[in-house]
Design a binder for this molecule. Structure first.
Ligand code: ATP
Ligand code: MG
Length: 265
């Protein structure tokens, strides 16, 4: 859907090594190159431990590469940036603040004048369908509603990039499908660049213009799949099934190779 072609995020020969408590080196991401266009929706998938969170944390500035470079808008990423927001699986809401109070938080932290901040917060809550719940406290909400508050809080500050690490992982299937549709609607309206980590291959094909399949040991890109299907995508459609089959087959191969490096189809 994105029609802008300029590069937003660029990773060049990125490597990230961790040293364990015993002193062993672990290569979480190895010499990885990736380019993400402005306004693009990119999903990262791959087996557990293949480096998805490491990669998104490198892009969001929570981790620094051991070597190689990560740039956004041509500038090296050295720390988290208020224009690039991360949405986590555990919502990260303040339990003592109301729904509106939580959404106001980021705006207040940016010293947005009170009247304007309230306007923006209410608009963001309307976007996620939570205006009627604005005076509730987080413990009065369902998991899906909490996640919508955290999305509204992120959107209120109008970020140019949304990083999402398995944001819907803890939700039931119905809520998850609903939030996928909501997220796509918001993305088409606001056009942020979105990097979305998921374990769910169907979710990746529903959402991503591009699906990046990663392989482990060391964490690397196995395949970048362009999902050339119009939005909204029909999950029961035969074209959807064709992308699904291709991705599942490749995922299966990656998984088998992770267990047995000699494995080929
Ligand atoms: N802070 C850390 N210290 C040491 N090793 C780490 C650290 N963070 C990640 N790793 C290691 O790097 C590798 C990649 O981890 P990462 O969390 O990025 O995987 P993932 O693909 O997000 O997995 P999952 O799907 O289970 O969330 C793993 O082997 C992990 O043990
Ligand atoms: Mg992870």
């Amino acid at each position: 859907m994105s029609d802008q072609t300029e590069s937003k995020i660029r990773l060049s020969a990125v490597e990230k090594r961790f040293t364990s408590a015993r002193g062993d080196q672990q290569c979480a991401v190895s010499r990885l190159d990736l380019e993400i266009r402005s306004g693009e929706f990119v999903c990262l998938v791959g087996p557990s431990g293949c480096g998805k969170s490491t990669l998104i944390n490198l892009m969001a500035g929570f981790e620094k590469p051991t070597s190689g470079s990560v740039t956004i808008d041509g500038k090296p990423v050295t720390a988290p940036d208020p224009d690039h927001i991360m949405i986590f699986q555990d919502y990260g809401l303040y339990p003592w603040r109301t729904v509106l109070g939580n959404v106001l938080f980021g705006l207040q932290a940016r010293k947005v004048p009170a009247i304007l901040a309230k306007e923006k917060a209410l608009a963001a809550l309307e976007l996620v369908g939570l205006l009627p719940s604005r005076d509730k406290l987080p413990h009065e909400l369902s998991g899906g509603m909490k996640q919508r508050v955290s999305i509204a809080r992120a959107l209120a500050v109008e970020p140019s990039v949304l990083f999402m690490d398995e944001p819907f992982g803890a939700l039931d299937a119905f809520t998850r499908l609903h939030l996928q549709d909501e997220l796509l609607r918001i993305w088409s309206e606001k056009q942020p660049t979105v990097v979305f980590v998921t374990h769910d291959l169907d979710e990746a094909i529903t959402l991503g213009e591009k699906v990046v399949l990663m392989a482990p040991n060391p964490g690397r890109i196995q395949r970048v799949m362009e999902v050339k299907l119009p939005y909204p995508r029909e999950r029961t459609d035969s074209n959807f099934a064709a992308f699904r089959k291709e991705l599942f087959e490749e995922f299966h191969l990656v998984h088998r190779q992770a267990i047995n490096p000699e494995y080929t189809i």
